[in-house]
Design a protein around this ligand. Structure first.
Ligand SMILES: Cc1cc2nc3c(=O)[nH]c(=O)nc-3n(C[C@H](O)[C@H](O)[C@H](O)COP(=O)(O)O)c2cc1C
Length: 289
């Protein structure tokens, strides 16, 4: 939906109407398959936190169109997949619970479907505050559920008052590397690795729970180790999908292997030619001596 990501110049790109048409077509197709009784929900990102992004007025318009499609729940959240959830959300914003709340009011005014707000909720107090206003009907949770799926039950039963905040504890790399991987890094590559590694940490724990294992705490599973493990697991899954039409990045493992060989051979030839020539020169100068 963001014009920064969608730069197509065919019928799916350009004006907001065209950029939104893929989503609306998908919603229509899903509805036609599942029938009018089956609940259909859409997650809409309210701000990409990039200049020239999916503007607030555009979000309201898309919410209106979705409402006309008779979806059953609209989930509002921040960031886009490109920005790995909250990569570009300013720190001050990210630290506030319910950081997308301000968008709900305007959207509520134009749609009559239930709204779920996701992003940053950790304490019961913040959740109750959001629900007390007229803007939000449901609270959405992401990261806390990746390791504590029983968190909402415990909150509702009054056993706990807040959910775990793993994002504060999962550090990428050793302490002395925080100039590169840390929150305040000036290195974009370090920032990207940090986000990917933290995401992998959540994925590894989700997969563990799916296998009936306990999730590993940050002191038992580092983010970089999780990144390697997750990549390995994803490769195995992707390899098992060979034969299925797919343009996924991990799909063409064989091609990647041959590319790796091609790079190694080129490197070897380059080194051989470079140093081979030098040693010829060296033996010539030796002869002269
Ligand atoms: C491991 C992981 C995978 C996610 N995958 C997606 C995704 O595929 N699509 C999406 O819109 N959001 C995705 N999210 C974002 C969450 O749905 C949620 O919007 C975000 O984590 C903010 O909520 P939270 O502060 O409660 O975590 C993902 C988050 C995590 C941690």
């Amino acid at each position: 939906m963001s014009p920064l990501a969608n730069v197509r110049n065919d019928k799916w790109g350009g004006s907001l109407e065209k950029r939104a048409s893929l989503l609306l077509e998908v919603v229509r197709a899903v509805r036609s398959q599942v029938g009018p009784e089956f609940p259909v929900s859409v997650k809409l990102n309210t701000a990409d936190f990039q200049r020239g992004d999916f503007a607030h007025v555009d979000v309201i318009q898309v919410a209106k169109w979705l409402s006309e499609e008779k979806i059953d729940l609209l989930e509002l959240s921040s960031g886009n997949y490109d920005s790995f959830t909250d990569m570009r959300i300013p720190k001050s914003t990210r630290e506030r619970e319910a950081y997308s709340a301000k968008y709900c009011k305007d959207i509520r005014a134009v749609v009559d479907i239930p709204i779920m707000l996701t992003g940053g909720f950790r304490t019961r107090a913040a959740m109750e505050k959001a629900l007390q206003g007229n803007e939000v009907d449901m609270i959405g949770l992401g990261r806390p559920l990746c390791c504590a799926p029983d968190g909402p039950k415990k909150l509702l039963e009054g056993i706990i008052d807040s959910l775990p905040c793993y994002e504060r504890d999962i550090q990428v790399g050793p302490r002395w590397m925080q100039w590169f991987f840390g929150e305040h890094t000036k290195w974009r590559i370090g920032w990207v690795v940090r986000i990917v590694a933290q995401q992998a940490w959540y994925f590894v724990n989700e997969y563990r729970m799916a296998d009936g294992l306990e999730p590993l705490p940050p002191n038992k599973l580092g983010c970089l180790a999780a990144m390697r493990k997750n990549r390995k697991e994803e490769c195995l899954i992707a390899r098992s999908l060979q034969g299925i039409q797919s343009h996924g990045t991990e799909y063409n493992q064989k091609k990647r292997k041959s590319r790796r060989w091609a790079i190694m051979i080129s490197l070897f030839l380059f080194l051989f030619l470079k140093f081979g020539k030098r040693s010829e020169k060296f033996s010539e100068s030796q002869k002269k001596l």
